[in-house]
Design a protein around this ligand. Structure first.
Ligand code: AR6
Length: 178
């Protein structure tokens, strides 16, 4: 599913983000930037040890914030590690922190002139954020950024399973009817 927002592409696809050829691949990391499971584990195992070495040097990243490293062996220039909130019922600032993940990653991409970027569904795996709510926040934040900024020019959300893809498709259809 694809939409054009202020001349820029916003696309949802199903797949494995480690296979993307883009300027920036976003990782759903943890605040210590220590390789974990899920998409984080997949990115480190496909990207090789250089990514972990840079993560170690950085030392950590706050929730809602994004830090950049090399992309190692991935077909990308940079990995942008963003730290999603752990779902604790919704009353602990989770929505604003999740929006901040997408915004800070997009701001870093703009600052580093990274023109294409791929996101996974941040926080909806191990961190247990309800996917319908997370999808609405992700879509709204990305659309607002594309409306107000020239770079990145292409944003792709790479969604691993059918239920996650369906949630994002509904959110995008609601935000931007065809
Ligand atoms: N490509 C795209 N999406 C993927 C891939 C992949 N290769 N693998 C899994 N997903 P999660 P979180 C999806 O748990 O909830 C780690 O241990 C997955 O199906 O990876 O933000 C970190 O170190 C789900 O839809 O991230 C942190 O400790 C989505 O990616 C913690 O998990 C996010 O699931 C972060 O948890």
């Amino acid at each position: 599913m694809k939409r054009i927002v202020a001349g820029k592409a916003f696309e949802l696809v199903r797949g494995d983000i480690t296979r993307e050829r883009v300027d920036a691949i976003v990782n759903a990391a943890n605040s210590r930037l220590i390789p974990g499971g899920g998409v984080d584990g997949a990115i480190h195992s496909a990207g090789g040890p250089e990514i972990e070495a840079e993560c170690r040097k950085i030392g950590g990243c706050g929730t809602g914030m994004t830090c950049a490293t090399t992309a190692g062996k991935l077909h990308a220039r940079r990995v942008l590690h963003t730290v999603g909130p752990i779902w604790r019922g919704g009353g602990h600032g989770e929505a604003e922190l999740l929006a901040s993940c997408y915004r800070s990653a997009l701001e870093l991409a703009r600052a580093e002139n990274l023109r294409s970027i791929a996101f996974p569904s941040i926080s909806t795996g191990v961190y247990a954020y309800p996917v319908d709510q997370a999808a609405a926040i992700a879509v709204a934040t990305i659309v607002a950024f594309l409306e107000n900024n020239a770079i990145p020019e292409a944003v792709k959300m790479v969604l691993f399973d059918a239920a996650t893809y369906a949630a994002y498709r509904e959110a995008l259809a609601a935000a931007l009817p065809a």
